[in-house]
Design a protein around this ligand. Structure first.
Ligand SMILES: *Cc1c(COP(=O)(O)O)cnc(C)c1O
Length: 352
């Protein structure tokens, strides 16, 4: 890992339009008690502190690039998608407020959302004045309901554009090549921080992976930094067979936006899908245990949908020796803690 390479990449990145939305670099710090317990050097990368609001998270990095594109296209309205408790949707609303854009959300109620008594992110969306459309789920999986929400979003976009508005559509999770640029940059940021701390490169970088944009960007960043760190993504729900290939293709497309001809392959990262339990937004026992462990050991909160499940994977990997004792492990905290105040079905049982 070298300083000169990081500088070159900063220069390359500076040519891509970006609006500064969050507080960067986010802190990187060692967790002493957890390190001792697990027998590893454990560092946490605090993207739960990205801002803009008190409830930051990983989508802000993506939105810095996506929103720059929206502004360049002179959009007055941003439309995006997700679950009713989507962190991405909530963070998109904060970005829209900052930039004076109208925010339209087409959200799927994976858990039954109480429209009169909204909780957590749905409540925040309302407080910040987003236009929220809730798509109910019938006896179907969330993919089908999501497809319906997207059709409705596109329909509304056409109507708005007929009346002279300019709309900017962001896919679920902000997952596209441009959004992932934020995490290519995030990887460079991590390397810079490790250099300042005079640390070796991390042996392992863990993160929770959903739409895959974060994983794609970090992997693209690792490639450009010629880093030996092994990226280990932990899945948070059932994915299609081609998930890894899709993520690799997204990462390659991010490199193309920088006119870099290298290609990212699915072998450039690991994807571990044994830790999401019954499904997306369904709490798992190991996840709850992991959440309680970190909260009680270090006073740091995780969310039940993403980070707690990823952290349960880390704990299991230490136990099974898939992480060797003495390794340096960085866990990317992607935020999401508002889910602690979401519907009971999402949080699960917290014992006394
Ligand atoms: C969206 C999200 C992720 C996953 O990021 P992707 O880029 O969608 O894979 C992880 N953690 C939290 C808290 C998130 O909100």
């Amino acid at each position: 890992m070298d300083k000169e390479r990081a500088r070159e990449l900063r220069e390359l990145l500076s040519r891509v339009p970006k609006v500064r939305l969050g507080f960067f670099p986010t802190p990187l710090h060692r967790l002493d008690r957890l390190s001792q317990l697990l027998g590893v050097e454990f560092y946490l990368k605090r993207d739960d502190f990205t801002g803009i609001s008190q409830f930051g998270g990983n989508k802000i990095r993506k939105l810095e690039y996506l929103m720059a594109d929206a502004l360049e296209k002179k959009a007055d309205t941003v439309i995006t998608y997700g679950a009713s408790q989507s962190n991405h949707a909530m963070q998109t609303v904060t970005a829209c407020r900052r930039l004076d854009l109208h925010a339209v959300l087409h959200l799927v109620s994976i858990v039954k959302s109480e429209d009169k008594d909204p909780k957590a992110n749905l409540l925040l969306d309302r407080i910040m004045g987003a236009e929220v459309h809730l798509e109910p789920m019938f006896h179907e999986d969330d993919q089908e309901a999501s497809a319906r929400a997207e059709i409705k979003g596109k329909q509304q976009m056409r109507e708005l554009e007929e009346t002279g508005h300019i709309c900017y559509e962001i896919p679920m999770g902000g997952a596209n090549a441009l959004g992932s640029m934020g995490f290519l940059e995030g990887y460079v940021e991590l390397c810079e921080q490790l250099l300042v701390k005079e640390l070796e490169e991390a042996d392992y970088l863990y993160l929770a992976s959903g739409s895959g944009g974060t994983l794609a960007g970090l992997t693209a960043g690792k490639k450009l930094m010629n880093s030996r760190t092994r990226i280990r993504a932990v899945g948070v729900g059932l994915k299609t067979e081609s998930y890894k290939e899709k993520v690799a293709a997204m990462a390659t497309d991010t490199l193309r936006l920088l006119n870099v001809s290298e290609t990212v392959e699915a072998e450039d990262f690991e994807y571990h899908d044994g830790y999401y339990g019954e499904g997306y937004e369904v709490p798992s026992e190991a996840g709850t245990e992991a959440l309680l462990l970190l909260a009680r050991l270090e006073g740091i909160l995780l969310d039940p949908v993403y980070t707690a499940k990823a952290f349960s994977g880390i704990i299991d990997h230490v136990r099974r020796g898939i992480i060797e004792k003495g390794s340096t492990v960085v866990f990317w905290h992607t935020g999401g803690v508002t889910a602690l105040f979401a519907e009971k079905e999402i949080l699960g049982d917290i014992p006394k």
